[in-house]
Design a protein around this ligand. Structure first.
Ligand code: SIN
Ligand code: FE
Length: 314
């Protein structure tokens, strides 16, 4: 399924031949959003997910209701936001334009995806249930290649997800993606394991100065006080994106997620870049760190070990 096809114009692709290969994609046979899995299989899936693999479901389709295909068009986007979003506590999408009936139909579509994704995660990982919170759901109906964005927002560069204004205080980011484009693949790159990435860049990161977390909260730069964990993760995100040699030379693999396929990743752990693709849906879950059974590879554990103190203390 993976191909070596690249875009000649992308700096990240230039010396891909020089980048050592990697295989982090773990195909799964399931066709149902509430699949029957044995406890042994569920445990194996969880291990792979927590190690930083991509659980890939080539045959797990999300079906449209009649008329919903029309939402696969960037004209529904308000032009300001990157995505059309549904918050977990809200009944209406944001970032979209259309009549009241269109917006209601779009919200129903996005909410249905949220419900299917939640069923999938709870079926595969029942132990996560008590520690998991449904966060945003997005419909991304615009081509990602060639978007004019700053390097920091450029998701065609390998990165781990981390948000400047939304400190997660160590909560993990578990995401369920679905390529809802009927024709074109969604092309991703995935990069080296988090531990290797951290070894390379953590020495260049800094802690916060006294009062910084408080001040950023006061000035509404952040929604809540940023922890050192968030501060370091954000620097790792930026350091990776800013370094074009790293982008080209890090061990990586390109993967084409075909139309109608689904995949699950910890996006705060797996280095990823979205190179091309026209339409996707995505569900985010926040997961308390204590839900993780294998702490060898989780970002918070890696950073705590490297820096010699717990990352989530302040
Ligand atoms: C990202 O999370 O970096 C983007 C994923 C995508 O849009 O395919
Ligand atoms: Fe990302």
């Amino acid at each position: 399924m993976a191909t070596a096809q690249t875009r000649a114009s992308s700096p990240a692709d230039r010396s891909q031949a020089a980048a050592p290969a990697l295989d982090l994609i773990r195909p799964q046979p399931y066709t149902d959003w509430q699949p029957q899995v044995s406890p042994a299989t569920a445990a194996a899936l969880r291990r792979e997910l927590e190690q930083g693999c991509v659980l890939y479901f080539p045959e797990l389709k999300f079906h449209f209701e009649p008329g919903e295909e029309r939402f696969l068009d960037s004209r529904w986007s308000d032009g300001k936001s990157k995505n059309i979003n549904l918050r977990a506590d809200s009944s209406a999408v944001r970032g979209a334009v259309g009549s009241a009936a269109d917006l209601a139909a779009m919200s129903a579509l996005v909410r249905r995806y949220a419900e299917y994704s939640e069923k999938l995660v709870l079926t595969l990982f029942p132990e996560y249930g008590p520690h998991m919170k449904r966060a945003g759901t997005s419909l991304r109906p615009s081509e990602i290649a060639g978007r004019p964005v700053s390097w920091r927002k450029d998701d065609t560069r390998l990165h781990v997800d981390s948000f400047p204004s939304n400190p997660l205080l160590g909560q993990r980011l578990l995401r369920v993606f679905h390529n809802i484009d009927p024709d074109a693949p969604r092309v991703w790159r995935v990069g080296e394991p988090f531990g290797d990435f951290a070894r390379r860049f953590v020495p260049q990161t800094r802690g916060m100065w006294p009062g910084q977390a408080w001040l950023m909260k006061q000035l509404h730069i952040t929604k809540r006080r940023r922890s050192e964990y968030d501060h370091r993760m954000l620097q790792l995100h930026d350091l990776a994106k800013a370094d074009l040699d790293y982008q080209a030379q890090v061990p990586q693999q390109e993967f084409h997620f075909p139309p109608g396929s689904t995949w699950i990743v910890f996006s705060d752990q797996v280095l990823h870049a979205a190179m091309r693709g026209r339409a996707m849906m995505e569900q985010t879950f926040y997961l308390a760190p204590k839900a993780i059974s294998d702490h060898t590879h989780s970002p918070e554990a890696v950073l705590s070990r490297m820096l010699g103190r717990p990352m989530l203390a302040g």
